[in-house]
Design a protein around this ligand. Structure first.
Ligand code: BYC
Length: 309
């Protein structure tokens, strides 16, 4: 139970923009809010390796294959930093994986869509990593020290990822009519799910109140989404892609684009487990987690043996 004095001291630290570190006092609700968010962020990074992994064997050149392999490895690394950051809050890796497999913990909606063509790899790098960066740049100033520090490194790597995706799209747009069509089709399928990555509108976001009070969030879901839309439209126009939203219109007063409404039924369907690839993603994770049991057992036995000497 938190005493009033402890809670006041905690909030004062937050209000002074000081980081909270793992051994500092923190209210239980702050701890569980962060475990939820950081573990879901870690799961997203790891599950996000699957749609891209689908194209490693079919990358169109050795250069493209090397870049894709390195990018996917980076995502695995991001998952590991984030699981470690969550572990400092007192939850074990096993428990987090258990929560993922049981459906208690979510992961980003975006990874429940299939990657049908090579252009989808471009769209993921450009749009998905692009959306992730906008969110994660803001999270570099989140109040929990280990999470904020993980974000600094992750953002550096994501900005390479975003550029490699944009390069794929730009090259395809300079190619044949078929390649341009493929790039536009990828844009059409990934645009709306990418906007959903920022979460529900501010008024419909149950966790935002606490997240702002505790400076876990510095910018709202809608503010970040708007930022992503404004910067991405110019990039799309530059290479000749059309953003699949007929309601898109420059609003001089707000100095940003007005846009059409997101299909929130689709968003809720996907995050509740009924998107096009949810079952496939989870079955794949469970299968390889089970097959890797011997590695975990060997590592644990080695650690125990080392401690005995
Ligand atoms: N997908 O109150 P709200 C990457 C859930 S991976 C699924 O606004 P919050 C990459 C939300 O969890 C980068 N669920 O929540 C990897 C909550 O449900 P629960 C991933 C979503 O936490 C490989 C409920 O809706 N980035 O870059 O205040 C290859 C209500 O929402 C989503 C992160 O994870 C969603 N999109 O705000 C390529 C960023 N949105 O938990 C690239 C870290 C909402 O009560 N996370 N929900 O069951 C965050 O910044 C925040 O958690 C969110 C949501 C902005 C996503």
């Amino acid at each position: 139970m938190d005493s009033l004095v402890q809670t006041t001291a905690f909030q004062q630290k937050i209000d002074q923009d000081l980081n909270i570190e793992p051994k500092d006092h923190m209210p239980d609700a702050y701890r569980s809010h962060l475990i939820r968010q950081i573990s879901q962020h870690a799961h997203s990074e790891v599950i996000g390796m699957q749609p891209e992994g689908n194209w490693i064997t079919r990358a169109p050149s050795l250069r493209a294959k090397q870049i894709l392999l390195a990018k996917i490895q980076d995502e695995g690394g991001h998952g590991l930093y984030l699981y470690s950051a969550a572990e400092t809050l007192g939850i074990s890796r096993e428990e987090m994986i258990e929560q993922l497999h049981s459906g208690k913990a979510k992961y980003s909606n975006i990874f429940n869509y299939p990657t049908l063509t090579w252009a989808d790899i471009g769209a993921i790098g450009w749009l998905v990593d692009g959306a992730a960066i906008v969110n994660q740049v803001s999270l570099q100033r989140t109040s929990f020290g280990p999470y904020a520090r993980a974000m600094v490194r992750i953002c550096k790597e994501e900005s390479f990822h975003q550029r490699q995706g944009y390069e794929i799209m730009a090259n395809m747009m300079k190619g044949t009519a078929e390649q341009r069509e493929m790039a536009q089709d990828a844009m059409n399928r990934f645009w709306w799910p990418a906007l959903m990555m920022f979460g529900p509108h501010d008024g419909d976001s149950p966790h935002s109140g606490d997240a702002f009070l505790w400076k876990i969030k510095r910018k709202s879901n809608d503010e970040l989404r708007q930022k992503f839309i404004d910067k991405t439209i110019d990039q799309a126009t530059l290479i000749g892609l059309t953003v699949p939203d007929p309601e898109l219109k420059w609003n001089a007063e707000k100095e940003g684009y007005d846009h059409g409404e997101i299909d929130w039924d689709e968003f809720h369907r996907v995050i509740r487990g009924n998107g096009p690839c949810n079952k496939q993603r989870m079955a794949h994770h469970v299968k390889y987690h089970e097959e890797g049991a011997w590695v975990r057992e060997a590592a644990a036995a080695y650690k125990q043996r080392k401690n005995e000497f």
